[in-house]
Design a protein around this ligand. Structure first.
Ligand code: SIN
Ligand code: CO
Length: 378
């Protein structure tokens, strides 16, 4: 339990006082944390072309930054300098599903808000430079020692002509040194700089916060695909325009209303939102199963002790709809009762033995397995 230490806030206190507001250091959030993956495992992932990886060298205040994208080879790792390097791999829980159990510790947040587990391995002095993120992050020190400095007031100017978004200047207001098992929560918009004091690993649980631009772009694509082009601009009954070329206040208001209608009643915005949030930022997607399963085969496998797992590259979420719910899986949509949607979003998926519900549960689970969102583990 993250918040069980002496003096730690409860999850409700955390949400009320810190979430999206201010940094929090939780000493021994994971006492005796033993990472299931070591630096060699992370280097292995960074050699895989399916994984998103980066190698950063440089230091502050020298600003001698260099950024390269993976996949990397043995030679790349062998030619690393002694110090001032960081290897970062995104979506580690999807490439290596057993570590997903760490994300389950964050169940005090909506599951669809969690983006991924990023692991960074750093040599002494390794850092990605002082910077600001647009996302909340929980930075768990998995191995070694790291000094985190941060400040809420800073000059936002970035180092020019640098691929990394590094702040030109940075004067910390506060610093904490994290040991294995300690975790730092940072809300978006706080400038921070983490420097490895020796070789170590940071496991960073990052949240998602789509921008208005992301949302509008996705909504536009969704409307075009699902709802033809939507309502057209209308201005019947308008008074005589008195200034040539002016987009007047009434016209602006009509356009704003057009956008508002999309979010409220113009289209099924809820359907869009579920599809978007269950799909957003997934670099890979599950593919339909090669061998399609039928309900009898599923029931038999369950009787023999098979468990139902989430495909690592699906994201599941649901919302209420009338008396039931709509379940979303990586952008696909399924109607079902709310209890079943919740059950399917919980890992591993456990079905009830109630014979009245069994048929409906098995039918939907079978469909989700055949679409690749769930799979059976024997
Ligand atoms: C890191 O883990 O090296 C960087 C994480 C961050 O500062 O956001
Ligand atoms: Co950061």
């Amino acid at each position: 339990m993250i918040f069980s230490g002496n003096g730690s806030p409860t999850p409700s206190e955390f949400l009320r006082e810190y979430w999206q507001k201010k940094p929090l250091l939780i000493r021994q959030a994971f006492p005796g944390f033993i990472p299931e993956l070591d630096a060699d495992d992370i280097a292995g992932l960074a050699s895989d072309e399916l994984a998103e990886s980066r190698l950063v060298t440089g230091s502050f205040p020298e600003h001698d930054w260099n950024l390269r994208y993976g996949p990397f080879t043995e030679t790349d790792f062998a030619s690393l300098p002694e110090s001032n390097w960081t290897l970062l791999v995104q979506d580690v829980e999807k490439h290596y599903p057993p570590v997903h159990s760490l994300l389950d510790e964050f169940s005090f947040l909506p599951s669809w808000r969690i983006d991924d587990l990023m692991v960074s391995v750093a040599g002494p002095g390794g850092s990605v430079g002082p910077h600001v993120d647009q996302y909340d992050a929980f930075l768990l020190q998995a191995e070694g020692t790291r000094r985190w400095q941060f400040t809420v007031t800073f000059d936002p100017a970035l180092v020019p002509d640098c691929e990394l978004n590094v702040l030109q200047s940075f004067t910390p207001e506060q610093e904490w040194v994290l040991e294995p098992g300690d975790m730092l929560y940072l809300p978006p918009g706080v400038a921070h700089h983490g420097v490895a004091l020796d070789q170590g690993m940071t496991w960073s649980i990052g949240m998602r916060a789509p921008s208005t631009a992301d949302l509008l772009q996705a909504l536009g694509d969704w409307l075009a695909q699902n709802r033809a082009e939507g309502q057209r601009y209308q201005d019947s009954g308008m008074p005589l325009p008195h200034r040539t070329g002016e987009i007047d206040a009434a016209a602006i208001e009509r356009f704003c209303r057009m956008l508002g209608n999309v979010a409220h009643d113009g289209v099924d915005f809820r359907s869009f939102l579920g599809s978007f949030l269950s799909h957003d930022r997934l670099v890979h997607e599950p593919a339909p199963a090669v061998k399609q399963l039928d309900v009898q085969a599923l029931a038999k496998a369950l009787e023999q002790g098979a468990t139902i797992q989430h495909h690592p590259w699906t994201r599941l979420a649901w919302l209420k709809s009338g008396p039931g719910a709509i379940l979303f899986a990586a952008g696909d949509e399924y109607s079902c009762p709310a209890d079943l949607a919740e059950k399917i979003c919980t890992r591993p998926v456990k079905i009830t033995n109630n014979p009245d519900q069994a048929k409906q549960q098995l039918d939907l689970i079978c469909e989700l397995i055949n679409q690749g969102h769930l799979y059976l583990q024997l």
